[in-house]
Design a protein around this ligand. Sequence first.
Ligand SMILES: [Ca+2]
Ligand SMILES: [Ca+2]
Length: 461
Amino acid sequence: MPTPLGLMPRRSLIWLLSLLCLAAVLAPTAARADNPVVQTIYTADPAPLVHDGRVYLYTGHDEDGSTNFTMKDWRVFSSSDMANWTDHGSPLSVETFSWASANAWAGQVTERNGKFYWYVPVTNAATGRMAIGVAVADSPLGPFQDALGHPLVENGEIDPTVFIDDNGQAYLYWGNPNLWYVTLNEDMTSYSGSPTRIPLTTEGFGSRTGNPDRPTLYEEGPWVYKRNGLYYMVFAAECCSEFIAYSTAPGPTGPWTYRGTIMPREGGSFTNHAGVVDYKGNSYFFYHNGALPGGGGFTRSVAVERFAYNADGTFPTITMSSAGAPQVGTLNPYVRQEAETSAWASGIETQPSSEGGMNVGWIENGDWIKVKGAAFRAGAASFTARVSSQTTGGRIELRLDGADGPQVGTCTVPGTGGWQTWVNVSCPVHGAAGTRNLYLKFAGGSGYLFNVNTWQFSTAP
Ligand SMILES: [Ca+2]
Ligand SMILES: [Ca+2]
């Protein structure tokens, strides 16, 4: 059995590489960019899930200023248009597992019979080794509970990916430096037989030189799925820095054939981690990099690109962009929208709201939120927001096209007596018609001004 000691030389190398990467951090992303997906915190290890018409994006969470893989909880975001993402907070953390002590690393969620199963690697406090736990929920947003009260499987290796074949047989794959699978039972929380090692042959996973312990390109982070009868294993290759490569097979247990690079090494993070889904007729490739200000190997951010498979089912080369995926459809500003739904957020953070879900907070003068592609149609007449303020409040400027674009309304936010004491404020709107990018720009004095939970436009004053 491999031990965590097997990872030690790599972690040392990572230190050096991360310092190099810090020096190479890109200038702050242009305001029009929609990648990375989340700007309010650092996110890593994307695991997308399409369910009931929405994309749910499960991620890890790098702590601010982290200089190691300091990760305490997982996060979930969702979207119906691939451009505006709603922050749903943290429905799962290391603390959810009473037997775990640290390291909320890369996992994946799947749905079966109306329940959602989240497979994650964490440190088993009793053994000190990485183990894989499984949490279960009735909703893709959680809250998730430990399904077992102990690890599902433990061999010191990480990065579970889960796949349910057309015949209902489920598989859990994981591993670094090896690659393993077990056949999961229908309850998704137990398995038959014992963990099986997938042969890491050069035919199956390419070859690398100069590392006798790792003769193939396989490093970590497998992502397994099936498309048009072909089984795909996408994985992080040849640390460090990692690129994303893939192999295919005629069945879920192989034999695997190496197919080459999907995403070359780039992006200011020495790791990468892929998640692939189809949604509303297009294919999407999620990954992570160090593109946010302050970003790097331990302060990563999840990003996404739209792509199309080649006719023979092979991947095109996919490179990182700051533009992100095109919006699918538009956002309806005439239904209640969460303030924590945005294509880009500048200066703000989010927190759990006393009214459920999350709210936007830490709003200071000049902060703003971009909502992409709001379909105002013939025109909006008024705007209402659910707000709170323990101080004296401020103003929400409604602007179009840019944070300094044309102003179509201004709502005054009063003090409400507390950061979770919510009231509605409304104001008239003039000149908001057609489909435009909406900016909520926040203005006022010094310090934190107010919080916003939800907002909605109306066609009548
Ligand atoms: Ca702020
Ligand atoms: Ca909210």
